[in-house]
Write a protein that binds this ligand. Sequence first.
Ligand code: FES
Length: 131
Amino acid sequence: MIDRRKFMKYLGILAGILTTFPSRLARAKALALPLEKTKQLQSVGGSVILKLKGKEVLFIRDTETTVRALDPTCTHKGCKVAFIAGENRIVCPCHQSAFDPEGKLLKGPASKDLKNYGAKLEENQIIFSMD
Ligand code: FES
């Protein structure tokens, strides 16, 4: 039998684990890329494809305060898409599917959005998650 004092102690420990574990897990999955490491993203309209953790990632600097990180693999037949700054959209060179800078499908033949890695700009770092 466990006494009330020990029960309250264990309950406090359990509450601490449950409240801190999810935020620690979220931080562990997040990746940070210093903005200064990518000259292509220094100004609005810039884009670059980088290979990270064995996967290619398309980074787009679409406004002063936002950067996007997307899987550049077209959801139609897998060609590599490219950001067209003058049109503010992503285009696939194979069959001309088009996506907005967040990866939302604008025009087929692709039928799905590009995978978005949820990037945000914080203190001159691009924070995103590839999980
Ligand atoms: S592979 Fe991209 S539109 Fe066909």
